[in-house]
Design a protein around this ligand. Structure first.
Ligand code: BES
Ligand code: MN
Ligand code: ZN
Length: 494
């Protein structure tokens, strides 16, 4: 992947300067003016001609590429719709389109003229943040396991001409924030896209140590199976029983606040491959279960972004990593295991394994006396039935935490939608043979899964993000980097 640098300037220099590519926003019923007009003049007036001919349009998200002159080789006009309606959703439509079009272009350097996107400094800052984030994410290209990779995006330098919209310092900060979030999301995507034979629990542990070496504020420790056994993590360990790959509990600590400040804990489901175990999944589509460590991957991306942003809080990321395989040693339906909390669990379906690794990790984080705990998991297929691939499922035992996460999702364009948990659903988990069973008896599978987790999180404020529909959509589309933008926004508000 190419390294991207992002800088802000008040104005784009045209005349002697040579530009490979300049992006110009177009608003409905607004003449090309200011810096855009200067760029168009240097490009020989192609933009105005394209507008006059109806070729370039201000329709939201519409991208028109034009060849200019030696001075401005390419102009890319991006439709922004009505300037009065240029709120968050419209901004995101535009920054997404710019990200995709710069990634597809052959330009190594690009300048974006933004002097006309808003009169309000805060809204301008949010636009710049989305811009840096979406360009960074647009330039992500998977090559890790491809022998002869197809050429990917070549953009390495993004300049933004911000005019008088906001101060240079504010512009720089917004771009830096966006870049940190985009690069964090790309870290997540890379880990999540890797195949199960590369990205094993041990591989995740190694990557965590590498991340820890990269940032002074991060420290990493890894609990092996022996250590987990001594802590009584019988539920987590039961998932890896059928696998030759040893399970790992990975702890990544970020200290940006005072040592005694209660930390925010993130707990990620890290099933590096989910065959279903003895309750084996059907062959068709099973390959997509390499994405079953999407929650864990998001913990890595968030921890990097938090370190990069120097947030003044403490954050602890915990990854419960295991491989779910059938074998002669595998856990069987009907087996009863004892979790770290002391509660016993009857495993009626070995494919409901995410909750089994998470419950012990959720008990483990009690020792940190957390301010709040959020777990992230590709937990249930049922959440895709409920919310599709648009919103992440959100569950919580605390209303203000649920509201904070919902708001962070809205603000970042990485939406989450709350669903209920209560005793009417929870009672589906009761069984004769243990304190609970690991699957419900009826419908609402995402809710009963959350109710299962809620039984282990009574001692702190907790939320659960079911990202089965949002961390990835299909093998071909690959990992999305969600919910990194949501989580970074949530932590930034602390
Ligand atoms: N990893 C799956 C959930 C999943 C499904 C993630 C589709 C992403 C896309 C999880 O471990 C699982 O198998 N859940 C079962 C639970 C059931 C056995 C109660 C499911 O959703 O079918
Ligand atoms: Mn499963
Ligand atoms: Zn799973």
């Amino acid at each position: 992947m190419t390294k991207l640098t992002v800088t802000a300037a008040k104005a784009i220099k045209v005349g002697n300067a040579k530009h490979e590519l300049v992006v110009v926003p177009l608003f409905t019923n607004q003449a090309v003016a200011g810096q855009s007009a200067a760029v168009d003049a240097a490009a020989g007036g192609v933009l105005q001609r394209a507008i006059d001919m109806g070729e370039a349009e201000a329709k939201l998200g519409k991208v028109t590429s034009m060849i200019g002159t030696e001075s401005v080789a390419r102009i890319v006009a991006v439709g922004c719709g009505d300037r009065e309606k240029f709120g968050r959703d419209a901004q995101l439509a535009v920054t997404g389109a710019i990200g995709r079009s710069l990634a597809a272009s052959k330009a190594k350097a690009a300048t974006i003229v933004t002097d006309n996107v808003s009169d309000d400094a805060d809204s301008a800052a949010s636009f710049l943040e989305f811009l840096a984030r979406d360009v960074a994410m647009g330039c992500y290209h998977y090559t890790a396991t491809v022998g002869s990779p197809k050429p990917g995006p070549v953009l390495t330098k993004l300049s933004v001409a911000v005019g008088d919209m906001l101060s240079a310092a504010k512009a720089k900060a917004a771009l830096h924030n966006g870049l940190a979030i985009g690069q964090g999301a790309n870290v997540t995507r890379e880990l999540v896209n890797l195949p199960g034979n590369v990205c094993t629990p041990s591989y995740l542990a190694k990557e965590a140590r590498t991340l820890g070496r990269k940032y002074d504020a991060l420290s990493v420790s890894v609990l092996d199976e022996k250590k987990m056994e001594s802590l009584g993590m019988g539920s987590l360990l039961s998932v890896g029983n059928g696998s030759d790959e040893p399970s790992k509990l990975i702890v990544i600590k970020y200290q940006g606040g005072n040592a005694k400040d209660a930390p925010y804990c993130l707990v990620g489901k890290g099933i590096t491959f989910d065959t279903g175990g003895i309750s084996l999944k059907p062959a068709k589509g099973m390959e997509s279960m390499k994405f079953d460590m999407g929650g864990a991957g998001s913990v890595f991306g968030v921890m990097q972004a938090v370190a990069e942003l120097n947030l003044k809080i403490n954050v602890i990321g915990v990854v419960a990593a295991a491989e779910n395989m059938p074998s002669g040693c595998a856990t069987k339906p009907g087996d009863v295991v004892t979790s770290m909390s002391g509660k016993t669990i009857e495993i009626l379906n070995t494919d409901a394994e995410g909750r089994l690794v998470l419950c012990d990790a959720l008990t483990y984080v009690e020792r940190f006396k957390p301010a709040e705990v959020v777990d992230i998991a590709t937990l249930t297929g049922a959440i895709i039935v409920a919310l599709g691939h648009e919103a992440t499922g959100l569950f919580a035992n605390d209303d203000s935490l649920a509201e904070a996460l919902t708001a962070a999702g809205q603000a970042s364009g990485d939406e989450a939608w709350r669903l209920p948990i209560n005793k009417r659903y929870d009672k589906q988990l009761n069984t004769k043979y243990a304190d609970m069973q690991n699957i419900g008896t009826g419908s609402a599978g995402s809710i009963t899964a959350a109710c299962f987790l809620a039984r282990f999180t009574e001692n702190y404020k907790w939320a659960h993000l079911d990202v089965a529909g949002t961390a990835f959509q299909s093998m071909q589309k690959g990992a999305t980097g969600r919910p990194v933008p949501l989580l970074v926004e949530y932590l930034r508000q602390k």
